[in-house]
Ligand binder design. Structure first.
Ligand code: NAD
Length: 309
């Protein structure tokens, strides 16, 4: 069997087109342009890339954006003051504090200070609570993107057994809640799960959000399952790459390692998934592309809810 590859590109583009149309509509009808404010502290290169892409995409879709960049030595109070100021400004619809934050800044207090109505990352306890109660809320972007991939690829969720590997607050737990809301039967696996491959292999839908390159192998996959790979890992060892990629892809990957020093791989072994799954998402080009698209969607949602449009 050769699994179908579920590309995130077309789905992310479709969502962005829908968001742009909605932005145009509310701008025309209500004279409002949603505003996303992003706060970044320090010089983490990955954070700089993510924030750049969030700001650029929001502008491409017709929204307004602000980028507040503080030096790595910024104090907790300075970051807190920016968040409070953004909370108080009525024209700001969405606030996103890019993680990770430097050690002197208390991440939890910062995230809990964000006005839940502007919490476009969906990490505030009020939004987490609403999600668990099935109330309308701002939902974390990455798991929300996974649901979009499943729905738009016509993968049945209701009644399916969905297995989520990973229980982080950012991906695993909200992923499980969203699948439950869609009427899947949900199992959550983690580092203490006994005989994890056997449990994973009962999933019609298998979501991997672990942070370990190629962790999910053939033994974890039910034949024909839909495998969603959330992981983003760097692999720099050509021998490890050879374990993960077949003849169709290995040369490209080895070239990337030679050029950049690493290649991006997910938590799933794509060579084995291709043989055993019914469908799977590639890395790069899968779930990762949905995260920014869903942030844009959340920003418009926040604008509509806050402003009662
Ligand atoms: P995390 O480190 O916070 O959580 C990892 C989870 O995996 C934990 O709950 C842990 O229990 C579980 N785990 C770790 N080792 C395990 C093992 N050996 N067996 C079973 N479970 C194990 O990570 P996270 O923030 O949830 O991210 C997970 C992955 O998803 C990372 O690779 C991250 O880079 C990626 N990610 C991607 C996006 C995206 O936009 N595509 C967004 C967020 C995170």
């Amino acid at each position: 069997m050769t699994a179908k590859i579920l590309s995130g590109k077309e789905i992310a583009e479709a969502i962005k087109r829908e968001v742009a149309a909605e932005v145009a509509l509310i701008t025309e009808r209500h004279g409002v342009r949603p505003l996303l404010a992003v706060v970044r502290v320090g010089e983490d290169p990955a954070s700089a890339v993510y924030v750049g892409s969030k700001v650029k995409t929001s502008e491409e879709l017709g929204m307004l954006s602000e980028h507040h960049h503080l030096p790595v030595e910024a104090t907790h109070e300075e970051v807190l003051a920016i968040v409070k100021d953004l909370n108080a400004r009525p024209e700001v619809d969405g606030i996103l504090v890019q993680l990770p934050l430097p050690a002197q800044v208390d991440e939890r207090e910062i995230l809990e200070t964000i006005d839940p109505a502007k919490d476009v990352d969906g990490f505030h306890p009020v939004n987490v609570g609403k999600l668990s109660q099935g109330q309308k809320s701002l939902v974390p972007c990455t798991p929300a993107g996974v649901i979009e991939i499943l729905k738009r690829s016509e993968i049945p969720i209701a009644g399916a057994h969905a297995v989520v590997i990973g229980r982080s607050n950012i991906v695993g737990k909200p992923m499980a809640q969203l699948l439950l809301q869609e009427n899947a039967t949900v199992t959550v696996c983690h580092s203490r799960t006994k005989d994890l491959p056997a449990v994973a292999a009962t999933g019609d839908i298998l979501v991997a959000a672990i942070g370990r390159a190629g962790f999910v192998r053939a033994a974890h996959i039910k034949p024909g399952a839909c495998v969603i790979d959330v992981g983003i890992n760097n692999v720099s060892d050509p021998a490890q790459a050879a374990e993960l990629f077949g003849p169709d892809e290995i040369e490209k990957r080895l070239n990337t390692i030679a050029k950049r020093g690493f290649t991006l791989v997910g938590d799933v072994n794509p060579k084995e998934a291709k043989e055993k799954a019914g469908a799977f998402t590639p890395v790069p080009g899968g779930v990762g592309l949905l995260t920014v698209a869903m942030l844009m969607k959340n920003t418009v949602e926040a604008a509509k809810m806050r402003r009662k449009l």
